[in-house]
Design a protein. Structure first.
Length: 321
């Protein structure tokens, strides 16, 4: 079958390990289902896989793609939940110490077909296209958990999203606006800030700019480059919710500010299968359409991956078959 995969780890030149070609069709273990992929979205996790981060050397070659949407053999349209739990795990899917994501141990979605545990195939709402649904399983689910499970925000409060154009950031803007929060966003360029305003941000600011007032919560995916600004932007008792560190994982903790202002720092990773189901219902009910920055045929995956690696994004990059 056609597939886009990493042949080996290459930390310094990740695109050199990318192959667009053929892989064997997957076998279907007991309790798993085969999905014909219609659309799959690109995530930073795919670039980390090409680098060899979070994956053992013996797992290569590895088909890329953490999430997607497609059709079961009986014709059911589904969205994929990419967190695969250990057999028998009970409780929050994201807290399973033996959990894994597609592309870490199991082959991913950038292919004609993918196999997943039956519970990981969540019914797709009719109101979402396959392209739109393919964005939900990683970026939008991450944003949903950050906002509605971890932050504790109430409608009417003010949130700051660091970084205006990534998949999680654009999802946070759209979800936050629909839920009744005052949404502020930082962005490195006028173009990125304009995109955030188009998606519903009430105000946008240059990266690192002094804000008109302090905010109730900051949502962080950038890391080292914005961390100091995030802490300075919080009200006493405020919260910063962190789900990524694309600019680096090691900023100054600024512990004096944290303890003196009683700030809260909370980590958030992906989301549960039930949270994905709730997200899909919410997006469908609210009529929210995810921001698609680029829709490309899977045969052009290399272009999309190069664009993401260079920071040339304006929402999600989605590959279709």
């Amino acid at each position: 079958m056609f597939a886009v995969y990493a042949k080996e780890a290459n930390y310094d030149n990740p695109l050199d390990s990318l192959v667009v070609g053929e892989r064997p069709e997957p076998e279907v273990p007991d309790g798993w289902v085969k999905v014909t992929v219609r659309a799959a979205s690109l995530n930073m996790h795919d670039i980390w896989t090409l680098r060899g981060v979070g994956i053992k050397a013996e797992q290569f070659p590895m088909i890329l793609g953490c999430d997607g949407a497609g059709v079961l053999e009986d014709g059911t349209e589904v969205v994929l939940h990419s967190v695969v739990n250990a057999p028998g795990w009970q409780g929050d899917d994201t807290l399973d110490p033996k959990r894994t994501l597609l592309t870490e141990k199991y082959q991913g979605t950038f292919a004609d077909q993918v196999v997943v545990p039956a519970r990981n195939a969540v019914p797709k709402p009719a109101g979402l296209s396959f392209t739109e649904a393919a964005t939900m399983g990683t970026a939008w689910l991450t944003a949903y958990r950050m906002l509605f499970v971890k932050s504790g925000l109430r409608p009417g409060q003010t949130m700051l999203v660091q970084g205006a154009s990534g998949g999680v950031s654009t999802a946070l803007v759209q979800l936050g606006r629909a839920a009744g929060f005052r949404v502020w966003v930082t962005g490195r360029s006028e173009e990125k800030r304009a995109l955030a305003e188009q998606l519903g941000a009430h105000q946008t600011f240059e990266s690192g700019a002094r804000l008109p007032e302090r905010v109730d919560a900051v949502f962080e995916t950038v890391g080292k480059a914005t961390w100091g600004h995030s802490l300075k932007s919080l009200k006493p008792g405020g919260i910063v919710v962190v789900s990524g560190s694309t600019s680096g994982p090691d900023p100054s903790a600024d512990l004096q500010r944290v303890f003196f202002l009683q700030l809260r720092v909370v980590g958030s990773t992906m989301g549960t299968r039930d949270e994905l189901a709730s997200l899909l219902e919410y997006v469908d009910l609210a009529g929210i359409k995810p921001q698609i920055g680029a829709e490309l045929p899977l045969t052009d995956a290399e272009k999309g991956i190069r664009d993401m690696a260079a920071g040339h994004t304006a929402g999600k990059i989605v590959f279709t078959r």
